[in-house]
Write a protein that binds this ligand. Structure first.
Ligand SMILES: Cc1ncc(COP(=O)(O)O)c(C=O)c1O
Length: 384
């Protein structure tokens, strides 16, 4: 029997799982005749804010815009510097540049792959020691809850407060993840979400949200997403056009109701992988005691990772590398960022591999992934 290929992610399966409700939501929106910033978006914003335990959510065009608007809403702009990690989607750093600010890169913790509080502290000191007159001034930190694991917010917040900075959470990969019983996205001055179709909460196209409990920041984000308008056609400040469409909002309302259940399915798949792969000697994801992981990605670590990736591809198992080239090594950014040595970032980029992970992945499929990994000859990796 020929085995069907197993995808690394599968947004079509996520649509199929709730097709009837999604179709009804789309049809309702089409029939309403109102397609931009109406009832569906307002309702989704309220429901999403309630889910996270924050006061305000503002729907925007995508997760990158959400970060840019979040930064601008807290007053970050030209002449400012923003600290973040290089082991992230390029969008995190691109957003800092798009807001007019200067990215300063910090190393990651090698166990959680998220921003290391110790490296944050030493990077701030190094940057301030070397900064010449007129250099961009440190204003904020973007912490990325990568792969669905919330960063060490307690330790990070202490450093942030000590230096008078503002905390921004990049929650593009962590919808529903928790830290000490509170949802990621409810800790920073402002947070940004992406609803790209493969995310834990994914639209059927691009989408994003800025969330905050600060009414002033919320009001500014609302102005920024639509030309600085409070009153139509009157721009109070210079803004952009980045709105979450009614159709996406209607779909997201259906999917938000299912998010906890789907995150539980991801955790069950992770447990199945954990158990089998650990006994084969693979480094599997580690979860900090105060974190509830939502496994946007299930990432293993292996020297000779590229050979394993090719072997799995030959055997019908899709994998991805998040991320193969750290941002400070990207052609577009290598000369536009400030950094010291980032050893944990460099080694993660060489060794991480994301296995198939989506809520509809069956036990049979997960077991087949494990079987194919088992067949991988150990000597192939060590000779790579
Ligand atoms: C960590 C992180 N930040 C930001 C983004 C940007 O989101 P979007 O693709 O919706 O612009 C993504 C999505 O790829 C991401 O994974």
């Amino acid at each position: 029997m020929i085995n069907e290929p197993i995808f690394q992610s599968h947004p079509k399966a996520d649509y199929d799982a709730d097709a009837e409700e999604i179709d009804a939501a789309i049809s309702r929106t089409l029939k309403s005749g109102w397609f931009i910033l109406g009832k569906e978006t307002r309702s989704f914003e309220e429901e999403f804010a309630g889910f996270l335990g924050v006061d305000h959510a503002i729907g925007v065009g995508n997760g990158t815009d959400a970060l840019v608007i979040a930064l601008r809403a807290i007053g970050v702009g030209a002449g400012d510097a923003v600290l973040t990690v290089a082991h992230t989607a390029v969008a995190t750093v691109a957003a800092i540049e798009m807001a007019g600010a200067y990215p300063v890169l910090v190393d990651i913790d090698p166990e959680s792959y998220t921003l290391c509080p110790h490296s944050l502290s030493t990077t701030i000191q190094e940057y301030q020691k070397k900064a010449t007159t007129g250099a961009p001034v440190l204003k904020a930190v973007i912490v990325v809850h990568l792969y669905g694991h919330v960063a060490d917010l307690d330790a990070i917040s202490k450093v942030v407060q000590r230096h008078g900075l503002q905390l921004v959470e990049d929650c593009a990969q962590s919808h529903g993840a928790q830290y000490r019983g509170r949802k990621g996205g409810s800790f920073g001055a402002v947070s940004a979400f992406s609803f790209y179709p493969t995310k834990n909460l994914g639209a059927l196209g691009d989408g994003g949200a800025v969330v905050t409990s600060d009414p002033g920041i919320a009001a500014r984000a609302r102005l920024l997403r639509e030309y600085g308008w409070r009153e139509r056609y009157i721009s109070e400040i210079s803004g952009v056009n980045s709105r979450l469409d009614e159709i996406h909002s209607a779909v997201l309302r259906v999917k938000l109701k299912k998010l906890d259940g789907k995150n539980a399915s991801r955790r069950a798949i992770a447990e199945r992988y954990h158990f089998a792969l650990q006994s084969l000697g693979y480094e599997v994801p580690r979860v900090a005691a105060d974190v509830e992981h939502v496994y946007h990605q299930y990432v293993i670590r292996k020297k000779g990772r590229d050979v394993l990736k090719a072997f799995l591809a030959d055997n019908g198992v899709g994998t991805l590398i998040h991320y193969p080239v750290p941002v400070h090594r990207q052609p577009a950014y290598q000369d536009k960022v400030w950094r010291t040595e980032l050893p944990h970032t460099e080694s993660a980029a060489r060794e991480v591999l994301s296995l198939p992970m989506y809520p509809q992945l069956t036990n049979l499929q997960a077991d087949r992934v494990i079987e194919e990994v088992k067949k991988f000859p150990a000597q192939a990796a060590s000779s790579a």
